[in-house]
Design a protein around this ligand. Structure first.
Ligand SMILES: *Cc1c(COP(=O)(O)O)cnc(C)c1O
Length: 468
């Protein structure tokens, strides 16, 4: 399996290069040179296989000779063994034609675990092979950081440093990051906002001497290796509802366009997906794009679904590259235009192609709250605000007949309701409880390092704290 960059100057990279580099050297994002596929009988044969077995089938299509099928199978077994539900990603019936795909049965109870737990093991395997060590540095607005620290702690080839903005992550998210007792995992509290954190990370990566000295790596969602494990649950869910004979649609709460792009990849691989519903909160850059083909950056607004408070959907570059029929030069041009002016557009023909599969909806906080209450009142089910954005968009798509009657909609439940208890309690008057393995979370001891927003301070801190 070979990979290329959406900006054309970095090609013939193998899986391991993609994994460890994260971002291509030309600033683009990696994609497989061609999409691997499953035929109908191969998809039918997935019926009755367990989650980690299907995961091994799918992931090994992308790892090529770097990690052979047997090794991938060992990794997926070890990865998903620790999840708290035997089905790993259970599908819950809500009403006729509507299901919720629960993606919060990993250690930090948001869907990021499904990829991060696999990524950590794969990173460690790749580094161990070459006897190398690595420092992972990232910034988080909440869920990514907790999933990453939890997954990468206690690996002797890796030290991980995650920056979070003081007072801007929820108390639960902060505790999940700061209460880890694992070796080599550091939660760093920065006085400043998320952008300050991200600027520090960029500053460290741009210092090439420092970067090489500590072998710096990134694990944010532009790393293709993080999207691969997310393709798996699209397959397991669709197969449960009768794929390949039955078509399905998915509604996906979206911020960085990562999770939903994994759905698009599943379709390229042969899964009969009729529609992908892009569910945004009030930060509606994607719904606006799908209206008129113009990507226009605006200010970020806070919402009840903070993990989707994003105006630049980094992974959209992958879809853009495909819409441009893989014209990397043009893709690079448009992305550079967007970086400098906050604007790019596609032709009406290209927009039409995108709209054959995608439909986009904007869901504000009031609608989100009403949806949480409706689902609780009618079905006794409690959803977190991100999941509710997806379910509201699913309802709208059904009402608009964007998805026809005989096609079930699977809406992705991206976080456990107890991860966002205030919004849920506001909607239904009931405070959701943390699952058993986290029930004492808020009483756990905190350990964090506080710094101001200076790049030099972080570099020094990494030098002092990294193990050799
Ligand atoms: C990360 C996250 C999202 C957004 O996912 P993207 O892949 O960035 O589109 C939505 N909901 C929750 C709970 C998340 O943690």
């Amino acid at each position: 399996m070979e990979y290329l960059s959406t900006r054309g100057e970095d090609h013939n990279t193998t899986f391991e290069g993609v994994l460890l580099n994260g971002l291509a050297r030309d600033g683009g994002l990696y994609l497989p040179k061609s999409w691997p596929t499953f035929n109908s009988s191969e998809i039918a044969n997935m019926q009755g296989l367990s989650y980690h077995e299907i995961a091994a089938l799918i992931i090994s299509k992308f790892t090529g000779d770097d990690i052979i099928y047997r090794e991938v199978a060992d990794l997926t077994k070890a990865t998903y063994e620790n999840f708290t539900h035997p089905e790993v990603a259970p599908l819950k019936f809500i009403e006729d034609g509507l299901y919720a795909l629960e993606l919060f049965h990993g250690p930090t109870i948001a869907f990021k675990d499904y990829a991060m737990q696999f990524l950590a093991r794969t990173f460690h395997k790749a580094l161990s092979k070459s006897g190398k060590r690595s420092v992972i540095l990232g910034a988080t607005s909440g869920d990514t950081g907790s999933a990453a620290l939890q997954a990468f702690q206690n690996l002797d080839s890796i030290d991980i440093f995650i920056l979070f903005p003081y007072g801007r992550v929820s108390p639960i998210q902060q505790k999940q990051m700061t209460s880890l007792a694992g070796l080599g995992a550091h939660a760093i509290c920065v006085s400043g906002d998320f952008d300050t954190c991200q600027d520090i990370v960029k500053g460290c990566f741009n210092d090439h001497y420092f970067r090489d000295e500590v072998n710096l790596s990134a694990i944010n969602s532009i790393n293709w290796a993080r999207l691969i494990p997310q393709i798996v649950y699209y397959f397991t869910a669709a197969v449960k509802l009768g794929a390949p004979d039955q078509k399905v649609a998915f509604s996906v709460p979206t911020g960085n366009f990562g999770n939903i792009f994994a759905g698009w990849a599943a379709k390229q691989m042969g899964l009969p997906i009729d529609r992908l519903i892009v569910a945004s909160n009030r930060n509606d850059i994607l719904p606006r794009f799908f209206e008129n083909g113009k990507m226009v950056r605006e200010k970020v607004h806070q919402s009840l679904s903070p993990s989707m408070d994003i105006q630049v959907s980094s992974n959209f570059e992958r879809l853009l590259f495909e819409l441009l029929e893989r014209d990397a030069e043009l893709c690079a041009l448009k992305m550079k235009e967007f970086a400098s002016t906050g604007f790019f557009d596609v032709s009406l023909g290209q927009l039409k192609v995108a709209k054959e599969i995608f439909a986009a909806y904007r869901v504000d906080d009031a609608k989100t709250t009403r949806r949480i209450k409706f689902l609780y009142d009618h079905y006794g089910m409690i959803f977190d605000p991100h999941s509710a954005v997806g379910l509201e968009a699913a309802k709208a798509a059904r009402d608009d007949e964007v998805v026809s009657k005989n096609i079930p909609i699977i809406s992705l439940a991206c976080a456990h309701p107890a991860k966002f208890p205030d919004a849920v309690e506001n909607a239904i008057g009931v405070r959701p409880e943390l699952p058993q393995h986290l029930s004492d979370l808020m009483d756990r001891q905190e350990s964090k390092i506080d710094i101001d927003g200076k790049v030099e301070a972080i570099k020094e801190l990494i030098f002092i704290n990294k193990r050799n």
